[in-house]
Design a protein around this ligand. Sequence first.
Ligand SMILES: [Ca+2]
Length: 105
Amino acid sequence: MPDVSEFDELISTSKSQTASLLKEFEQFVYSNFDNFDLDKDGYLSKEELEAAIFEKNRTVKEVSILNFFLIRLKEIAASYDEGDPDSDSDCISKMDIQAYFSKLQ
Ligand SMILES: [Ca+2]
């Protein structure tokens, strides 16, 4: 499992830096969502995030971002109610990403 200490260091920087960092996190996963969603069900699972982390040529920063999502998977997945009680609560939708990051800012 990649090291997350670098992220913890980044998150301890100033608030404005943190805000732009979070924006970057959101945009990175949002814009790559369809690539990460291997089974194209509209949700990112733990397995799909892990697969993305171990893809070739990932930068340290990208791994940090993906780890952020992986560590907070349940929390992020619970951010938006898709209105489907049967939907897998351990998977992240695009709406979850938007809801989660709008709450943080
Ligand atoms: Ca999926």
